[in-house]
Ligand binder design. Structure first.
Ligand code: PMP
Length: 435
């Protein structure tokens, strides 16, 4: 019997009692390989002594300091480190306590930026269909995932949605990746014009789509074309790296691999590595200066922003992930995971696509490989895979029927960056058995 309102109400969940490396043990002593990092959270695995030590030292020093009175060494050090690691153009950091908070803050920052520079008429946000940007009401309104939105309609504010970059399903026969990316940029351009080019605030997108589509990378050139369209109309580009950022795809920032400079980037999940809830918005100097030279106040804030213990944990997590060898391991183990999945599941009649980047991989399931017909949502295949995987001691992140109610099931994999080759092989075996 539980008194907690769990997110899915049903049979009692196993109780997680301890964690070590990529493994979690429940109260019965059963061990689970953390193949999804929870939900792309546990970047360094469990029980990292250095992170625990950094948290302990911070707790000894001071538990909490309100950010309207104080800054702390922990928060300053984390911000310095993030700016130092960013590929350029992102020079300031606004700390929050999670992904949805980061997206909310970025949206409000973008909106207020235009107020500060005398363009208060800009009011539209454009995002992509089938996207997820968080569960608070503003972040939910930004996402284009109908399944998540439908019970809460009408949601404020109104967001406009364009097509995601999802080559497996949407690239036309005979179309090249370049033509497909260019077609999507034209769609964004037309949407901005239709709304009124001087009334649009921002375009929001995940560089690699996580929860809703399952580790879908953009075609080469897509983000450069999108950046050009945004620049043409003075629209800000917000990249949501809550899930795909902080080393997950083999570089600290996912957009490093797209060769573009966004105006705002949201990060969370891997930033705290699961040791503490934390998120952040990184912003360009242009945006910072508008606030500094304008009202001098970003009209936003939560009690726990810049929490010193969360900042100390994240500062150590990021320091460790940036050490030589860590991103190389993400890339090498990511390749091993991809080829393991391809040899184990590549011929499976219900596996349509195996994809992703770094330790962020997705397996899309279909009823038929040729027609790519999705599985019947009523079968709830994703829920069955989750159950079968847990029975075999594997945590993976299956999703399904949530993508406009039509597109199908997929399994997202996002293990900790410290995963060893033999653990990748166990992951592949257990997932193969479960599927
Ligand atoms: N944006 C993206 C891309 C996400 O994947 C998520 C979480 N799955 C969020 C935002 C929201 O983050 P949180 O759950 O920490 O609020």
């Amino acid at each position: 019997m539980t008194h907690i309102l769990h997110r899915s109400i049903g049979p009692d969940l196993p109780r997680a009692v301890s964690g070590e490396g990529v493994w979690i043990a429940d109260a019965q002593g059963k061990r689970y390989l953390d193949g999804s990092g929870g939900a792309a959270v546990t970047a360094l695995g469990h029980g990292n002594a250095e992170v625990l030590d950094a948290m302990r030292r911070q707790m000894d020093a001071i538990a909490y300091a309100h950010t309207s009175f104080f800054t702390t060494d922990a928060a300053e050090s984390l911000a310095d480190r993030l700016v130092g690691l960013a590929p350029g153009g992102l020079e300031h950091v606004y700390l929050v306590s999670g992904g949805s908070e980061a997206v909310e803050a970025a949206l409000k920052m973008a909106r207020q930026y235009f107020v500060e520079i005398g363009q208060p008429q800009r009011r539209h946000i454009i995002a992509r269909r089938q996207s997820y940007h968080g569960n608070t009401i503003g972040a939910l309104a930004t996402g284009g995932n109908e399944w998540r939105r439908r019970q809460f309609q009408p949601i404020l504010p109104e967001t406009h949605h364009v097509s995601p970059c999802y080559a497996y399903r949407d690239m036309a026969a005979g179309e090249s990746p370049e033509e497909y990316g260019a077609r999507l940029a034209v769609e964004l351009d037309e949407t901005i014009r239709r709304l009124g080019a001087d009334e649009v605030i921002a375009f929001v997108a995940e560089p690699v789509v996580g929860a809703t589509l399952g580790a879908v990378t953009a075609v080469p050139g897509y983000f450069r074309a999108i950046r050009e369209v945004c620049d043409r109309h003075g629209v800000l580009l917000i990249l949501d790296e809550v899930m795909c950022g902080m080393g997950r795809t083999g570089t600290i920032f996912a957009h490093e691999q797209e060769g573009i400079a966004p105006d705002l980037v949201t990060i969370a999940k891997g930033l705290g590595g699961g040791y503490q809830p934390i998120g952040a918005v990184m912003l360009s100097d242009r945006i910072y200066r508008a606030f500094a030279e304008g009202s001098g106040l970003f009209q936003h804030g939560h009690t726990y922003i810049g929490h010193p213990i969360a900042a100390a944990a994240a500062d150590k997590v990021v320091e460790i992930m940036a050490r030589p060898g860590m991103m190389e391991n993400v890339q090498a183990m990511g390749e091993r995971l991809q080829s393991g999945l391809e040899s184990r599941l590549g011929q499976h009649p219900n596996v349509g696509d195996i994809r992703g980047r770094g330790l962020f991989r997705g397996v899309e399931l279909v009823a038929d490989r040729d027609s790519k017909t999705p599985l019947d949502p009523a079968l709830k295949t994703h829920a069955k895979i989750k159950k079968e995987a847990m029975a075999r001691g594997l945590m993976c992140y299956p999703m399904g029927g949530t993508i406009d109610g039509v597109r199908g099931d997929h399994v997202l994999l996002a293990p900790p960056y410290i995963i060893a080759p033999e653990e990748v092989d166990i992951l592949v075996d257990r997932l193969g058995d479960a599927i």
